[in-house]
Design a protein. Structure first.
Length: 405
C-alpha cells in the first residue's frame, strides 16, 4: 500500500504541473501598448467562454504565485477576452516595475474551480520609444525644474532609481527616411519602433543634470541636459538608462531631431554623348542643381547591357561595339538625365585592360603633362666638349714644340 500511495502522489503532482499547460494549450495572446506609462491591452484568443457569463483576471510576478486580487474583464466573447493592465493601478505598477514577464490567470467570476487560463506568461517590457512623455525632442529644447516642463517617466524616480543618458547618431537611411515621412504627415512616431535599435549601450553613460520625484507611484521627472544639444546635425537616439534601486532597470530612448532643412533637387545633368573603347571603362559624373541639394542618392541604368553596363558609381564597362543610353535617376524618381555612350574599337596605341581613371573629358590623370629633364644628354655633351678642347690644346703645344726644333 505504501508503494501505491507514493505512485498516486507522484501522479497527482504531475497532473498539477500539467494543468497550466492543458489550460493554456490552444490560447494565444497579442499585446497592444497604448500609453507611455507601461499600460497594455492583451487580447486572448482560443478561449472557451460563455458570453452570458462574467469573467475576471489576476496578475502575478511568478508562475507559482497565488492571485491576490481579481479584476473584471469587461470585453469578451465566446472565444476572446481583452485584459487591460492600466498603469494607474498600484498592484499592476508593482509587477511592471519588478519583472519583464508577468502571468495572467483568467477564471469565471467568483468561481475558483473554473480556471480558463492558468498563469499565462505575458510581456511587460516597455517599448523603448515609450518610456517617457516624449517620443521626439527638437535640438535646443529647454526644460525647467518643474514637473510640467520636464521629461517624465512613470514609476521610476529619484527615490528608486538614478537616471543616465547618452547620444547615438542614427545612420540607418531607412529609419531617417521613414521619420521624415511621419514628420511630414504629422503621424505617430511610435510607428518607427519596429525599425529602431534594441541593443543598449554598455558604457559612456552620463548622469542627468536634474532628476526628481519621490514615492513608489509618483513620476520621475527632470532633464539630461538643458538645453538638449546633440553633438552634430542629424537624427539621434538620446538613450535613457534608469538604474533601479529595489526595482528593475529600465532602458529606452527619445529621438532628438537635429536634421537640417531639406534643400530640394531641381535637376540632374550628364554629358549628352560619351565614347569608350572596347575593353575599357568610363565613369560619368552627374551634375546636381543646386550643388548643395540634400539628397544626391541616384540609381543608374543602361538601355542595352549587352553593349555596356553601369554600376552604382556611374562606372560604365564596355562589352561590345555599339551604342547604349545611360540614365541616372534621383532617389524619388522625379529627376533624370541621360547620356548616349558609344563603344568603339580599341585604338592601336591604347594599352590592354581597363582604365578605371578614365572620365568623360578624356584626360588620364596618371599621365605626366610636364617635360621630363634631359639630365643624361647634357652630361654627355659636356664630357664631349671637354675632351675635344683638351685634345686640341694637347696637339697645339705638341706641334709648336716640334716646330721650334
Amino acid at each position: 500500500m505504501t508503494k501505491a500511495k507514493y505512485i498516486i502522489m507522484v501522479l497527482i503532482a504531475f497532473l498539477l504541473l500539467l494543468i497550466p499547460s492543458i489550460s493554456n494549450a490552444d490560447v494565444e495572446v497579442t499585446r497592444y501598448p497604448y500609453s507611455n506609462n507601461g499600460s497594455n491591452k492583451y487580447e486572448f484568443t482560443g478561449l472557451q467562454l460563455d458570453s452570458a457569463k462574467d469573467y475576471e483576471f489576476g496578475l502575478t510576478k511568478t508562475q507559482n504565485e497565488a492571485v491576490k486580487n481579481w479584476y473584471l474583464i469587461s470585453d469578451h466573447t465566446d472565444t476572446t477576452a481583452t485584459v487591460n493592465l492600466s498603469g494607474g493601478t498600484s498592484e499592476f505598477i508593482d509587477v511592471i516595475t519588478s519583472v519583464k514577464q508577468g502571468y495572467i490567470t483568467i477564471r469565471e467570476q467568483n468561481e475558483e474551480s473554473n480556471i480558463i487560463v492558468n498563469h499565462y506568461p505575458i510581456d511587460l517590457s516597455i517599448p523603448y520609444l515609450q518610456i517617457s512623455n516624449y517620443t521626439v525632442i527638437n535640438n535646443g529644447k529647454e526644460f525647467s525644474t518643474g514637473e510640467d516642463n520636464s521629461i517624465k517617466v512613470n514609476f521610476w524616480n529619484a527615490s528608486n532609481s538614478t537616471a543616465y543618458y547618452q547620444y547615438e547618431k542614427i545612420t540607418d537611411e531607412e529609419v531617417i527616411s521613414r521619420y521624415k515621412e511621419i514628420k511630414a504627415q504629422n503621424g505617430n512616431f511610435n510607428d518607427l519602433q519596429p525599425l529602431l535599435k534594441t541593443e543598449t549601450p554598455s558604457t559612456n553613460w552620463n548622469t542627468w543634470n536634474y532628476w526628481n520625484g519621490y514615492g513608489n507611484n509618483q513620476n520621475g521627472f527632470g532633464y539630461p541636459e538643458n538645453p538638449i544639444s546633440p553633438p552634430d546635425s542629424g537624427l539621434y537616439y538620446m538613450w535613457i538608462y534608469l538604474a533601479g534601486n529595489k526595482i528593475r532597470d529600465l532602458y529606452g530612448y527619445i529621438l532628438v531631431d537635429n536634421l537640417q532643412p531639406e534643400i530640394a533637387l531641381d535637376s540632374i545633368s550628364l554629358p549628352s554623348t560619351a565614347e569608350v573603347e572596347l575593353g575599357k571603362t568610363l565613369t560619368l559624373k552627374p551634375t546636381f542643381s543646386p550643388a548643395n541639394a540634400t539628397n544626391k542618392i541616384v540609381t543608374w541604368s543602361s538601355s542595352d547591357e549587352s553593349v555596356a553596363t553601369v554600376d552604382n558609381n556611374g562606372t560604365i564597362t564596355a562589352k561590345k561595339i555599339g551604342s547604349t543610353i545611360i540614365t541616372v535617376t534621383s532617389q524619388d524618381g522625379n529627376k533624370q538625365a541621360s547620356c548616349t555612350v558609344t563603344v568603339v574599337e580599341k585604338s592601336n596605341n591604347s594599352s590592354n585592360g581597363s582604365d578605371s581613371n578614365k572620365t568623360t573629358n578624356g584626360n588620364d590623370p596618371t599621365t605626366a603633362t610636364t617635360k621630363l629633364p634631359n639630365t643624361g644628354a647634357k652630361i654627355g655633351l659636356i664630357i664631349l666638349l671637354f675632351t675635344t678642347i683638351s685634345l686640341g690644346i694637347f696637339y697645339y703645344f705638341k706641334n709648336k714644340r716640334y716646330k721650334d726644333i
